[in-house]
Design a protein around this ligand. Sequence first.
Ligand SMILES: [Cu+2]
Length: 229
Amino acid sequence: MRWWLPDAGSTFAGPIDTMFLAILILTGIALVLVEVGVVTFVIRYRARPGRKAFYTHGSTRAEVIWTAIPAVTMVALGLVSNHYWVLIKDKKSVPPNAYHIGVHAKQFEWQITYPGPDGKLGTSDDFTVRNQLHVPVNEPVAAELSSEDVIHSFFVPEWRLKQDAVPGMHIIAWFQATKTGEFELGCAELCGMGHYKMRARVFVHTPEEFKAWLTQQAAAQGAGGGGSE
Ligand SMILES: [Cu+2]
């Protein structure tokens, strides 16, 4: 049983984890201060034999302070995290050399389309595999997300990347894996009765392995095969 975050497996993991930790510490401090305050006041101003509980309408000065500090903290967090939001989510941030693949979500599976030998998505040599996502390590990949039916969400915890796939929309989620191995792509949006089993295996390959896999798949498709399951 893991008690902390999944292994860091993409270039986004470092900054996202740092931000997560900063927010956890700040909210942790706030939690302790508030709870200590509540308990202290409850004990100190409680009713006792011969004395009524102390009652106050409040203090404007205290209210201004405890509103201003969280407000300033929130704005500061927003400003600090904006850089990473733009880096990860902005349409213009997708690296021009990214390897584009199609990720089509439907109840309840992932259909991953590869550009085939010509390296271009949307041509006749494209091929599709079900519930398997193969990508090369240390190379930017752009997943072109679409959905067949309802909203699904593309989520690979090790990459710290989560993006909705919305019917009628074409959304690109890019990432660069930094760790080879096998991971899991889960659907992170409740999408129906089979949501719990909507997942794909993720394989992050070395460039050579990836090339070999692509060649083998393309050949199998050319020979009339249906891709590997
Ligand atoms: Cu789903």
